[in-house]
Design a protein around this ligand. Structure first.
Ligand code: ASP
Length: 470
């Protein structure tokens, strides 16, 4: 697990580094993790972001000190007697003999223990006090690992010539298949922004802009019922490239995952390289799912079985017996089905260029080669029942942009939360997100969503209809 780069601030030495200062005087700061009193001598385990260091002090210095208080200590780094060495912690060979101890902040008794993994603690309680829950080592590790994975991705893609670009959060409703979160506009009363379900249209527009390799660690918002592998806001590695075919995007993604695992998690084994590429129909026949768990041995927690699912049907019937897209309306059909799409015939048989990447039974995400012919994109929207005017209102900007020289392009967007949950062997994505929401999408710590003032509503020209009490 990861190294953390530490910068000393104000002459403070972080706990992990104290071992380098044998027989020297240092200043350390942190939280009181535990206190053990042996009469006149008191041992304090001091915790900071880098770990624990043992303090030894006289009982008069340590009197009144309680767990989780924040303290600053000046003392000498001493070698521990050999039988007192603690091999379990990095600083186990030394301790700090305290000369001065200053209390920076007191703490109440915590609402739960932060010693263990915390899985047994009521999760709503953990969420309400997330800032305390994040003090536990497992959660801190998850945050650090998340950062390492993101850093690796950034470095990898930048080396391949990708540019990281932020796209708007206040945007227009897009059809990614889920419900939008909408945000009222004060300056245009009665109109609404939508939060992006994905930066799909922006990343395509960036290809038209000539940014041939785009990526973003992108926050996406979908107003769906959360599940173990879903939150209403989540993070994707969103990328898009010009002048590519299906194989190129898949190969690049595959290489990224393989190199990431090899470099950051060498203890893990990827079951099959290259990743198997399974047509949807075959997956359904053989595994009865389009996200099969291909691990040969499910008891081996460090086994990673990636696979690709390809050749999905482009359209399916919805519950009203109308055609809808299965994945992404902006996808191109496989080339041999382009004529069918343009003529809107054999709808059922049209296959899309969509590719989904699956890991140990979790759908990490997917992507496709895009439909860069405006008439073909229009044919998709007509097939799913949009009228000409609706197409113009909703996607006029895309169709217009397509008139000015579009490179063939494609991309993918693997979910980072899911990938991290599998890598870190966590049962759900909430464990790898700093501030997740509950099953009914509340933020228990901030108490959101919340009511807003009459004034705010008035400014927005919005009236809330309260349900009458029965
Ligand atoms: N925008 C798609 C999604 O969020 C991914 C992609 O096709 O790039 O699922």
């Amino acid at each position: 697990m990861g190294e953390l780069c530490i910068i000393d601030l104000m002459g403070r030495i972080v706990n992990k580094e104290t071992t380098k200062y044998l027989d020297k005087k240092v200043k350390v700061c942190g939280w009181v993790n535990s206190i053990r009193s042996h009469g006149k001598i008191v041992f304090i385990d001091l915790r900071d972001m880098t770990g624990i260091v043992q303090l030894v002090c006289t009982s008069d210095i340590a009197k009144d000190i309680r767990p989780e208080w924040v303290i600053e200590v000046i003392g000498k780094v001493c070698k521990r007697p050999s039988k007192m060495v603690n091999p379990k912690i990095e600083t186990g060979k030394i301790e700090i003999s305290v000369e001065k101890l200053k209390v920076l902040s007191k703490a109440k008794t915590l609402p739960f223990s932060i010693d263990g993994d915390g899985y047994e603690i009521n999760e709503e309680k953990r969420m309400k006090y997330r800032y305390l829950d994040l003090r536990r080592q497992r959660m801190k590790r998850n945050m650090i690992e998340r950062q390492r994975v993101i850093q690796f991705i950034r470095d990898f893609l930048q080396k391949q010539g990708f540019i990281e670009i932020e796209t708007p959060i206040l945007t227009k409703s897009t059809p990614e298949g889920a419900r939008d979160f909408i945000v009222p506009s004060r300056l245009q009363p009665g109109k609404f922004f939508a939060l992006p379900q994905a930066p799909q249209q922006y990343k395509q527009l960036l290809q038209i802009a000539g940014i041939e390799k785009y990526f973003q660690i992108a926050r996406c918002f979908r107003d769906e019922d959360p599940r173990a592998d879903r939150q209403v806001e989540f993070t994707q590695l969103d990328l898009e490239m010009s002048f590519v075919e299906q194989k190129n995007v898949m190969d690049l993604t595959e290489r990224l995952f393989i190199e990431l695992v090899k470099k950051l998690y060498p203890e893990k084994k990827i079951q099959n390289i290259p990743f198997p590429r399974i047509p949807y129909e075959k997956a359904m026949k053989k595994y009865n799912t389009d996200r099969p768990d291909l691990r040969k041995n499910k008891n081996n927690p460090d086994l990673l079985a990636f696979c690709w699912i390809i050749d999905f049907p482009f359209f399916e019937k919805d519950d009203k017996n109308k055609w809808t897209f299965t994945h992404n309306p902006f996808s191109a059909p496989k080339p041999e089905f382009m004529q069918d799409l343009l003529k809107k015939k054999n709808i059922k048989n049209i296959l899309t260029t969509q590719y989904d990447i699956v890991l140990n039974g979790w759908e990490l995400g997917g992507g496709s080669i895009r439909n860069h012919r405006p008439e073909a994109l229009e044919a998709v929207f007509e097939t799913i029942g949009y009228r000409k005017k609706e197409i113009k209102d909703k996607f006029g900007h895309m169709l217009k942009a397509f008139e000015y020289g579009v490179p063939p392009h494609g991309g993918i967007a693997p979910g980072l939360d899911r990938f991290l949950a599998v890598l870190l062997k966590e049962p759900n994505i909430r464990e790898v997100i700093a501030f997740p929401k509950t099953g009914d999408s509340r933020d228990l710590m901030m108490d959101g969503p919340s009511e807003v003032s009459e004034e705010q509503l008035k400014e927005l020209k919005i009236k809330v209809i309260k349900k009458s009490k029965k």
